[in-house]
Design a protein around this ligand. Structure first.
Ligand SMILES: C[S@@+](CC[C@H](N)C(=O)[O-])C[C@H]1O[C@@H](n2cnc3c(N)ncnc32)[C@H](O)[C@@H]1O
Length: 369
């Protein structure tokens, strides 16, 4: 197996390390899941920075796994690699005896290994059989999709997953062509798409076939369905103060991530209650403000990073939350008591340490946020 280091440059590597480190730095052994191991770039950096961390690395692509295994050979006693789709993560962790883990990374999409492989059909720039399966041992190929889907289905795939304005025209061109002979090569498809797009539009937005190829890849690999299942399942497996980072390269991936995290960071209690009921508070907090983008310097050296969106979250400690709830409630009672008629100036009483509850409070004040 050839040395591939440098072929796929890990995206937002420093930021991922910074976000995951507090969860992996704890005493004792910690467990890190790389749900999209690829060529192991992120995993190698994590294993190097955290000598007590075990890696569970998943990839649906056996070729990627083989390369990662070579790259991570020096950590062999801390590495467990699995050929699996990331929505199978709960079963993998159960099998390995990890009910919970400390850190999880999803670095979505394809690796440079897949894009550059001359025989996998992911790239519009190289002629290859129209395969596009990340896992070549199962599932339908892009060839089957382009030669069997109806016009509405093809147009929907191209419009939704490729955000392709000319989806119906491209779908018509595909159907016309396949009526003559099946479309079996990536070069043929790329040329067909180029011809279907009006000439002025071909001059903007990169290669005219880029969006069609992205759409077919997402459809062939059922990428969004797997992600929609995998994200909540992964969040469920994080231990207290465990952290998850997601790198998305497509607006729909980022949308699914945003929704999965939003579900955990909001209260599920009645909206009109002044206090949080036990068990209804947020279970996670966001570590990223909105979606974080790459810096210009990174994009300049790694164009693959241009479309990345990073989101991250940490599981909250429920006992800490309970204490904060109690502190907040105590503070509210103090303020309420001080505003009772005949109790004098609230500010004066607060300054004197008399909280009106009959107790002295040296445990600190909750913030009423
Ligand atoms: C962007 S690459 C990861 C690169 C890696 N972080 C690195 O530094 O080398 C994404 C990898 O995720 C894998 N992948 C994509 N979807 C997957 C899924 N649903 N389940 C498991 N692996 C998946 C792809 O096969 C690919 O190898």
């Amino acid at each position: 197996m050839g040395e591939l280091r440098g072929v796929h440059v890990p995206v937002l590597l420093e930021r991922c390390l910074e976000l995951l480190s507090p969860a992996l730095d704890r005493t004792g052994q910690t467990v890190y899941v790389d749900a999209t191991l690829g060529l192991g770039g992120h995993a190698e950096a994590i294993l190097t920075a955290h000598p007590r961390t075990m890696l569970v690395g998943l990839d649906r692509d056996t070729e990627a796994l083989a390369h990662a295994r070579v790259r991570l050979a020096r950590f062999a006693d801390r590495v467990h690699l699995e050929h699996a789709v990331y929505d199978e993560l709960p079963e993998v962790l159960d099998r390995l005896g990890h009910p919970v883990v400390d850190g999880i990374l999803f670095d979505l999409g394809v690796s440079s290994l897949q894009l550059d492989a001359p025989d996998r059909g992911f790239a519009y720039a190289q002629d290859a059989p129209l395969d596009m399966r990340m896992d070549q041992s199962r599932g339908v190929t892009a060839e089957e999709v382009v030669n069997s889907y109806s016009h509405p289905d093809l147009a929907r795939v191209l419009r939704v997953y490729g955000e392709e304005k000319f989806a119906p025209r491209i779908a018509s061109a595909i159907i016309q062509e396949r009526d003559r002979a099946p479309i079996t090569s990536s070069a043929r498809l790329a040329e067909l798409v180029r011809q279907a797009i009006p000439a002025p539009a071909r001059r903007t937005g990169g290669h005219p076939a880029k969006r069609t190829f992205q759409a077919l890849r997402i459809e062939v690999n059922r990428e969004l369905a797997a992600l929609e299942t995998a994200l909540p399942a992964a969040l469920d497996r994080l231990t207290i103060e465990g952290r998850m980072v997601v790198l998305s390269y497509h607006s729909l991936e980022d949308r699914l991530t945003k929704v999965a995290l939003a579900d955990r960071v909001r209260s599920k209690g009645p909206i009109d209650l002044p206090v949080e009921l036990p068990g209804t508070g947020p279970t996670f907090r966001l570590l990223s403000r909105g979606a974080e983008l790459p810096g210009e310097a990174e994009v300049a050296v790694n164009p693959r990073a241009a479309s990345v969106r990073l989101r991250a979250a940490e599981r909250l400690d429920p006992t800490l939350q309970q204490r904060q709830r109690t502190d907040r409630e105590r503070y509210r009672r103090r303020v309420r008591a001080m505003h009772q008629p005949g109790t004098g100036s609230a500010v004066r009483r607060l300054a004197s340490g008399d909280d009106g509850t009959g107790t002295t409070d040296d445990e600190g004040e909750g913030h009423d946020d």
